[in-house]
Design a protein around this ligand. Structure first.
Ligand code: DX5
Ligand code: ZN
Length: 226
């Protein structure tokens, strides 16, 4: 199978909340492939971010696909709201309290691409039964809840295990990797099979040159698969 396209997904969590529209436009002009929306309920993770109303208001500001990462205990109560707000992808966590198969089929029925996410401590075996039904597997390289945490290199073994499974079964699944990714490690993420790279701090931080930040992440990732 030919390698999947490397895509960079800046996380809105690291944008300036007083300048959301401006920052969304900046990442789009800066070459981002999709916008990662970190949705936190203060229960599944010890942090609260933003909800569907914010997503809906941002929808007309960009043509980038919206990738909603639901770090919430009961996604079933919110899937329809995030679909209605304009999400193109909706990802639920394997560790949430709702039925995963039901969550995935709800997402599909709404015409949205379903994703399944695993925390760093959750083995790949937890995802296997759902692999035929998802469009994206999201592997966390930090414990979810906050941006700016340290990338956990040890997740790379699980990433290559997932990639091998996908290739061996000829599955049509993107692998997204999320947490602490930047130019210093995007290469090993891509090398181990990740093709959608989320970036919060590395996209918005530094001296704020988002275009250069995204280009540096992409360049490193492409080196990893050369
Ligand atoms: C963590 C979120 C990540 C995070 C990414 O709970 O899912 O998307 O905000 O931010 P960085 O790249 O700064 O780790
Ligand atoms: Zn995320």
């Amino acid at each position: 199978m030919s390698p999947r396209k490397i895509m960079i997904a800046p996380s809105l969590l690291s944008a300036r909340f007083t300048h959301l529209e401006e920052d969304v436009v900046r990442v789009e002009k800066g070459g981002a492939d999709m916008l990662h929306l970190d949705i936190m309920d203060g229960h599944f993770v010890p942090n609260i971010s933003f909800g569907p109303a914010v997503v809906k208001q941002l929808r007309p500001c960009t043509t980038m696909p919206f990738d909603a990462h639901l770090m919430i205990s009961h996604p079933i109560d919110y899937i329809e709201k995030f679909a209605d707000a304009g999400s193109d992808w909706i990802t639920v966590h394997a560790e949430c309290d709702d039925d995963i198969a039901k969550s995935i089929s709800m997402i599909k029925e709404l015409g949205i691409k379903p994703g399944l996410s695993l925390n760093p401590g959750t083995p790949f075996t937890e995802a296997i039964q759902h692999m035929e039904d998802i469009d994206m597997l999201l592997l966390m390289t930090v414990n979810p809840g906050f941006s700016g945490q340290k990338f956990m290199t040890e997740v790379m073994d699980k990433l290559s295990e997932a990639k091998k499974h996908i290739d061996a079964n000829s599955l049509d699944i993107d692998i997204q990797v999320d947490g602490g990714i930047g130019p210093a490690n995007a290469n090993i993420v891509a090398q181990n099979g990740g093709n959608i790279l989320v970036a919060g701090n590395a996209a918005f931080g530094g001296d704020g040159n988002i275009t250069a930040n995204i280009a540096a992440i992409r360049e490193s990732a492409l080196k990893g698969i050369q």
